[in-house]
Design a protein around this ligand. Sequence first.
Ligand code: ASP
Length: 462
Amino acid sequence: MRTLIKDIIKKEGEIVELSGWVSVRRDHGKLIFIDLRDRSGMTQVVFLPGNAEAHKTAEEIRPEWVVKIKGSVNRRPDNMVNKDMETGEFEIEALEIEILNKAETPPIEIQNDGYEIGEEIRMKYRYLDLRRNRLQKNIRKRAKIMSFVRSFLEKNDFIEIETPILTKSTPEGARDYLVPSRVYPGKFYALPQSPQQYKQLLMVGGMEKYFQMAKCFRDEDTRGDRQPEFTQLDMEMSFVEMKDVMELNENLLVEIIEKFYPEKKIQEKPFPVITYKEAMEKYGTDRPDLRKDKSDSSLLAFCWVVDFPFFEKTEEGGWTFTHNPFSAPKPEFINDLLDKKDIGKILTTQYDVALNGIEVGGGSIRNHKPEALLSTLEIIGIDKEKAEKNFGHMLEAFKYGTPPHGGIAWGFDRFIMLLEGEPNIREVMAFPKTGDGRDLMMEAPSEAEEKQLKELKIKFGS
Ligand code: ASP
């Protein structure tokens, strides 16, 4: 039966069977050493000449070969202990070795952290890139945090609900990815920029507490902390006010830090809440970096920013929403919204959470009455007819007893990136796109077959 490498420290003197990859081989003639790696760790294996068959095989093996080794767990003499390895007080004396698979020389170095390797080649060979320790750690940590979030929310009576990927265009401020319909030529699905409308419709549907690790798609220029597709921790709750959503999320953020990053320090708890006006006046940004000591990599300064203006002027002189067209104004501005009066002064219920100067999440209480949503749409230049066409389902739904509701979404990749001290969200995603939006491993985007285009009735050129 297979033993995981991390467990050999409990098996001194026993014969174990290990499976994994060869990281390094050092051939000292008589003695051959390999560092063997599996998902749990690394250990040194030694091949002695007395074990002729295993020794002979060991002469042949190369880095990244996949092997199965039977050997005894020996304690190393004190002066040979490797303090850099968790298993460093032990080594495996190989008795038998079986080659499970050979490997060509990897086109990229995978024993180091890989920061200096060109992005193109790392992304092309992402499956090899993922083997490096740093990415193993990031992806595993991400999964653990995700699982923790799920159980936290489930304990708080939330249910995870998947919402469609093939859907309808919804304004979130970015460009949509469109998918042509074969059955209805000339018609398109849009990939969701976020599950905003679905989660609100789930509230109409009486689900009350929803969350989802949601894939979101935005066709915008990629930056270090942006990708064309990314993951939001998305949630929505019924019968809540701003403080309820903020409090729950703050508790979750604090618990994640305390459990997974005990070495880090949250500068201020409860998180300071500052208004947009104050943030702009004092810090010149709506996601201020409140760290008292910026040289301290373990300091986490969270803050909430509230009281954003609901609307801002467009270049053409009209109005657009600052965050989310589905937000409700602060209660004292509801009449101004309905009357379309003093539009520039209306404040929204939006709350953003920033961490060390980066926005990690944002949400709001929503308009749950059709007339308020309609008024918002009208202010941003969507007339009744267009509102009916694009948002008729929301306006209709809100007629049937919609509970007051609100929610939030975190940029989950970005959050993990910050906590892991990574410079780019690609470092915490298994299969990210390059800076210019390509998947170099799969070679996407790619041309479609003539037959597919025909079926979709798509023609290019003149
Ligand atoms: N859907 C919003 C976003 O993607 C988040 C929210 O308001 O819940 O930014």
